[in-house]
Write a protein that binds this ligand. Sequence first.
Ligand code: MLT
Length: 209
Amino acid sequence: MSAQESGFVHRFVPAENDSGVTLLVLHGTGGDENDLIPFGQELAPGAAILSPRGKVSEYGAPRFFRRLAEGVFDHEDLVFRTHELAEFIETSAQEYGLDPNKLIAAGYSNGANIAASLLLLHPGMLRAAVLFRSMVPFEPEVTPDLSGMPVFMASGKRDQIIAPDNTERLAEILSEAGAKVDLRWSNTGHGLTYEEVKEAKEWLSENGL
Ligand code: MLT
């Protein structure tokens, strides 16, 4: 199966440097595969970028998995969609000749939540993750092994959609699994600020990524 046949509309931007890093960018609700390309280029200049569009449509707004209400996720669909995305990533890595050990997810909101779900269900798949405005995708029954995995989280204290406790809980789940979580709070809402993207960029280079 090719990346195209996987059913994920996507964009792939080849690397312009030899770092071997690929940024998997995952958009928020209502976004698409084009949205986060400039953001990815800002975050990791010259890295390859793989940007799929979520397959679920919520009244026409693309998402990576279904929700029953705001902040209430359809667990069965989330698990199914997470495995499906993992398969797309594997297929794309082969097809585009990507280093499977240097895949870094960078997601916003719904995209950050499926990235967190990928960490929990496919702990060996990503090298690191940058999660903007994320929350607990589900409480894992089995603690995954995320030993030493760098995870950057940036959240807004005044986020109307995500309660701070929920973000804190995700940071706790990931830390308990062994990840090196760096959770930053800004005095902002659900929207991303340039300052946070800059911080994430610095964090990536501090971690040798
Ligand atoms: C979600 O996954 O539903 C997010 O946390 C909220 C959103 O994407 O609007």
